[in-house]
Design a protein around this ligand. Structure first.
Ligand SMILES: NC(=O)c1ccc[n+]([C@@H]2O[C@H](COP(=O)([O-])OP(=O)(O)OC[C@H]3O[C@@H](n4cnc5c(N)ncnc54)[C@H](O)[C@@H]3O)[C@@H](O)[C@H]2O)c1
Length: 252
């Protein structure tokens, strides 16, 4: 307990799946967490369960980042951790992806992560540095045909992360930036994918270990533990790294 005690950490897309699990685990380890999400009702409800702050935010809207910066600065006076997690995963390949879907996907993932890194650095520079975690995917490492725009966006997040990490080190900002690459993790996003692509319905009361073994699907907490580590000072020498959480999917 207390691995991120007293740290002020923003998690985007925190009203569901991995974002909420990250927020829960960070709060359990002593952080002051600010949850943001485009879905105000679910986001506020999630924040209430943690007695944490919530701000409605569309990460693809630049103005929303200015509002978030002001909110965090006024309320906490500093920022120690930023988890750029919000995302969508439209199912469409190179022949079926429309320009609208392409732009929306890149807008949320790439613009959102770009503004998330830029905003975080502005605030972290005024304090004692910090840690940025960008949620990428194994799609960035191998490319998934059914997720064309998503694969492109996650690949962009992977290399953007390294460029940010090197910049922060060269400028001696005391800010680290790493990417996390989950494989399939049991969240609403993956439940939808399994149903649409392979016709599998995961039961509401699934047995996580059975699902892991039978289908190679992990739990949100598997990712949240990594996020806590990267935000914590335990990871002070980890910068520009890509942390793969896929039980070997991309190794074989
Ligand atoms: N679940 C997986 O297996 C998996 C694997 C690799 C990467 N990821 C990534 O992890 C992140 C979270 O995925 P998840 O599985 O928890 O999905 P999810 O659908 O359960 O949650 C995504 C959250 O992002 C929010 N969101 C969507 N668009 C937004 C926007 N424009 N602004 C702010 N919030 C927005 C949604 O409202 C939702 O609460 C995503 O970036 C996803 O690509 C997930």
């Amino acid at each position: 307990m207390g691995r991120v005690k007293g740290k002020v950490v923003v998690v985007t897309g925190a009203a569901s799946g991995l974002g909420f699990a990250d927020a829960q685990q960070l709060a359990a380890e002593g952080a002051h967490v600010i949850l943001t999400d485009i879905d105000e009702e679910r986001g506020q409800a999630c924040a209430d369960t943690l007695d944490a702050a919530f701000l409605q935010q569309d990460v693809a809207d630049e103005a929303s980042w200015e509002r978030l910066l002001s909110f965090v600065e006024e309320r906490y006076g500093r920022l120690d951790g930023m988890v750029n997690n919000a995302g969508i995963a439209p199912i469409a390949d190179i022949e079926t992806t429309t320009t609208e879907v392409w732009r929306k996907t890149l807008g949320i993932h790439l613009d959102g992560t770009f503004w998330g890194c830029q905003s975080a650095i502005k605030l972290m520079k005024k304090g004692n540095g910090g840690s940025i975690v960008n949620m990428s995917s194994t799609a960035a490492l191998v490319g998934i045909p059914a997720y064309l725009a998503y694969s492109a966006a996650k690949g962009g997040i992977r290399s953007m992360t390294k460029a940010v990490a090197i910049h922060c080190r060269q400028q001696k900002l005391g800010i680290r930036c790493n990417s996390v690459h989950p494989g399939s993790i049991s969240t609403p996003m993956v439940h939808h994918a399994l149903k649409t692509l392979v016709g599998v319905d995961l039961p509401a009361e699934e047995d996580p270990e059975a699902t892991r073994i039978a289908m190679g699907v992990g739990e949100a907490s598997d990712v949240a533990h990594m996020v806590v580590y990267l935000i914590s000072d335990e990871a002070k020498h980890i910068n520009g790294a890509e942390m793969v959480i896929d039980n070997g999917d991309t190794v074989v």
